[in-house]
Design a protein around this ligand. Structure first.
Ligand SMILES: [Zn+2]
Length: 342
């Protein structure tokens, strides 16, 4: 662990240097990846045959079906890198969250894939803004990290439920899957400890936000007991087998309608996301966590993370995805509306 801090500083210094460049670099999106710009925030679909996905930045998404609404890894604060390096307390930007947090009166769940700051630090404030019956689903580490700031009855640790359906309500179920996290540098994932005891106070510095077990999720949006939409959510690139659904899942007659795949540091994993896509055989793909997450948050500019290699990603994707499966790269605030395929 003592070695990790200097390594962490090295990588953030590198990123900081690259950040200066990315201010002026416009992103060229290679085909067949389809860019989507921000659009008007969608209304909740009245028809259960439609599903909306809104990209919020980093791993953050908002999913809406008729009467159903889920936030996953919502993150708006984007603390600047100098605050990481100086190990300052990271500031939750309540003003930014208030401006951009979607209408949440119909929210059913908040999912958190792991407990690094860019996935978890805004969750306590957001949980306080939504109905007190809405639960936060994540790992044991997430629960132990946030027990001092979120009602324990609202924090659900899912490590023991991996591979099993967890009912959120009659119309929504999730399946947590034990997953992994691409290394940041030299094969290491920074701040990757597990928090096994409740913390007396929630994490403050970037080093306090320990990832714990990374989870991926299958989400089923149901009507009359039937799955109308199946969504696969994995906000961090991972090695083969990590985050894979059980064998029965793709064979239960319902395909994965939408795969939401984080691509940060995908180039550090030779296979990702080839084998995963081969297993999922999704009908559509949206790429997440491709963007800078330490700038002033807005939905007018979304900068690519330094080192993002979309051409290499295309080369990998084209080996496994049929040409008619669209792959989208959303800007913050971009909306994708899917119609159920019968
Ligand atoms: Zn992470």
């Amino acid at each position: 662990m003592p070695l990790l801090l200097p390594l962490g500083l090295l990588v953030v210094l590198c990123l900081w240097g690259c950040e200066k460049q990315s201010d002026t670099v416009s992103l060229t999106v290679p085909p067949p990846i389809i860019p989507i710009a921000a659009g008007p925030y969608p209304e909740q679909p009245a028809d259960p045959a439609w599903l909306n996905m809104v990209f919020l930045g980093a791993g953050g998404v908002h999913l809406q079906n008729a009467g159903q609404s889920v936030l996953a890894d919502p993150f708006f604060s984007n603390p600047p890198i100098k605050d990481w390096i100086l190990l300052r307390d990271l500031v939750v930007r309540e003003d930014v969250i208030d401006r951009y947090l979607p209408a949440t009166n119909d929210l059913d769940a908040i999912l958190v894939a792991h407990a690094h700051h860019d996935h978890a630090m805004d969750v306590p404030y957001i949980a306080a803004q939504v109905d007190s019956t809405v639960k936060v689903y994540g790992s044991e580490t997430l629960r132990n990290s946030l027990l001092s700031v979120i009602d324990p009855g609202r924090l659900v640790a899912l490590n023991g439920q991996a591979g099993h359906w967890v009912a959120i309500n009659d119309s929504l179920r999730i399946m947590p899957l034990l997953s992994g996290h691409a290394p940041h540098l030299l094969g290491r994932v920074f701040s990757s400890d597990r928090i096994t005891q409740p913390l007396a106070q929630s994490p403050r510095t970037v080093m306090d936000w320990q990832s714990g077990q990374t989870l991926s999720f299958v989400l089923d949006f149901l009507a009359s007991g039937q799955t109308r939409f199946r969504v696969y959510y994995q906000s961090s690139a991972a090695d083969p087998m990590e985050g894979y659904p059980p064998h029965g899942l793709p064979e239960d007659g319902k395909p994965v309608d939408l795969a939401l795949l984080g691509v940060a540091n995908h180039n550090r994993l030779q296979d990702y996301p080839v084998s995963l896509l081969r297993v999922l055989q999704p009908r559509q793909v949206v790429l997440l966590h491709w963007d800078v997450f330490w700038d002033d948050y807005s939905q007018t500019v979304t900068q690519p993370a330094p080192g993002l290699d979309l051409k290499a990603l295309v080369r990998k994707i084209e080996t496994v995805l049929p040409a008619d499966v669209p792959v989208y790269l959303p800007g913050r605030g971009a909306v994708l509306s899917l119609q159920e395929s019968l």
